[in-house]
Design a protein around this ligand. Structure first.
Ligand code: HEC
Length: 295
C-alpha cells in the first residue's frame, strides 16, 4: 500500500493544486454575468462608446485642457480592439495605467481610481468586455498631443500614481461598499472634484464640484454642505442615480445624464442594483462637507 494515499495527503494535494491554479490564473476566473453589473456601475465605461453606439467601439470625444482625446476601441476585435490582449494586459490597462504596445496611458484614462478595484470585479469586468460585439474600427489619434506626450504621461504616472495594495473582494454592503464604488468603480469624484493645474484631483476639495468639469461643464458640489446637497437625503441621491431626476423634478443633463442612462445603448448607473445605488448615496452623505459654490 503506497504511503501517500491517506485522506490527509489527498486533502493537502488538492489544496496545493488549488493554490497553484488560483495563483497562476486569478484573472481567468472572471464571471461575465457579474461583470455586466460592474460595467453598469462603471457607467458602461462610456468614454469608450460613441454617442450612437456600438458599445465600446471607441471614438467618443473627450476634450481636456491637455488636448482632445478619443476613447479607444475596447471591443474584442483582434485587429482594432482588445481581442488579442491577454487578461493581464487588459487588467494593466484598467488598473495599472499601461496600454499594451503604447506605454503609459494619458491620465485622461482614470486608472488611478480604477487601481483600487477588487481583483474579483476587475476579472469579472474583463470577462464581460470579452462578450461585447466585436467592432472593427481604428482608434482615432489624439489631437493636440505633443510629440513627447508618452514621456509626459509616464512622468505623470511616476509622480502621481501609487499602486494600492490589491484587494480580492470588494466590501459587500453599506457605506464601505458605497465608498468603494464611488471611488474605484463609478468614479463620482473624478468628475465632481476640481483639479490642479497638473490635472490631478485636488483631494482637499473631494466631491465639492468644479466649474471646469468634463467638456468644460459645471459639475455641482455634492458634499453635505449647504453650498452642496446638505438638504438631500440618501433616497434623493439614489433617485438621481436611478432616474436622473432631481428633488425639484428637473432632470440632470450632460455627462451626468450619460453616466446615469448609459451611452449608445450601453448600461449606466440606472442598470446597477438599487442596493448599490443606495450604498453610494449613503456614503455620499458621510463625506466631509465643503464650502464651495460652483458657478
Ligand atoms: C462624467 C462625469 C460625472 C460622473 C462620473 C458623475 N457625475 Fe454627477 N454630475 C455631473 C454633472 C456634469 C452634473 C450636473 C448635471 C446638470 O447640470 O444637470 C452632475 C450632477 C450630479 C448630482 C445633482 C447635484 C445637484 O446639485 O443638482 C448628483 C447628486 C450627482 N451628480 C451625484 C453623482 C454620483 C453619486 C456619482 C457617482 C456614482 C456621479 N455623480 C458621477 C458629472 C458627473
Amino acid at each position: 500500500m503506497p504511503r501517500f494515499v491517506t485522506a490527509r495527503d489527498a486533502v493537502l494535494a488538492v489544496a496545493v493544486l488549488c493554490a497553484i491554479a488560483c495563483r497562476v490564473s486569478p484573472a481567468t476566473a472572471g464571471d461575465a454575468t457579474r461583470g455586466r453589473e460592474v460595467f453598469a456601475l462603471a457607467a458602461g465605461c462610456s468614454c469608450h462608446t460613441p454617442a450612437g453606439g456600438p458599445v465600446g467601439a471607441g471614438g467618443a470625444k473627450i476634450a481636456t485642457p491637455f488636448g482632445t482625446f478619443y476613447g479607444t476601441n475596447i471591443t474584442p476585435d483582434p485587429a482594432t480592439g482588445i481581442g488579442a490582449w491577454s487578461d493581464a494586459e487588459i487588467d494593466e490597462a484598467i488598473r495599472g495605467g499601461h496600454a499594451r504596445g503604447k506605454g503609459a496611458e494619458a491620465p485622461v484614462m482614470p486608472y488611478n481610481w480604477y487601481a483600487g478595484m477588487s481583483d474579483r470585479d476587475a476579472a469579472d469586468l474583463i470577462a464581460y468586455l470579452r462578450t461585447l460585439e466585436p467592432v472593427r474600427r481604428e482608434n482615432l489619434p489624439h489631437e493636440g498631443e505633443l510629440p513627447l506626450s508618452r514621456y509626459a504621461y509616464a512622468a505623470w504616472r511616476f509622480l502621481f500614481f501609487t499602486r494600492p495594495a490589491r484587494v480580492m473582494e470588494a466590501p459587500a454592503s453599506g457605506a464601505a461598499r458605497g465608498r468603494y464604488l464611488a471611488d474605484h468603480v463609478s468614479l463620482c469624484a473624478d468628475c465632481h472634484t476640481q483639479r490642479t493645474m497638473l490635472g490631478v484631483v485636488d483631494a482637499s476639495m473631494y466631491m465639492a464640484g468644479t466649474a471646469e468639469g468634463p467638456g468644460g461643464a459645471v459639475v455641482p458640489n455634492v458634499t453635505p454642505h449647504e453650498t452642496g446637497i446638505a438638504d438631500w437625503d440618501a433616497a434623493d441621491i439614489a433617485n438621481v442615480l436611478e432616474s436622473g431626476m432631481l428633488p425639484n423634478f428637473d432632470n440632470v443633463q450632460g455627462s451626468m445624464q450619460e453616466v446615469v442612462d448609459g451611452v449608445g445603448g450601453g448600461p449606466g448607473y440606472k442598470d446597477a442594483s438599487a442596493a448599490d445605488r443606495l450604498a453610494i448615496a449613503e456614503y455620499l452623505r458621510t463625506v466631509p462637507p465643503i464650502d464651495n459654490t460652483v458657478e
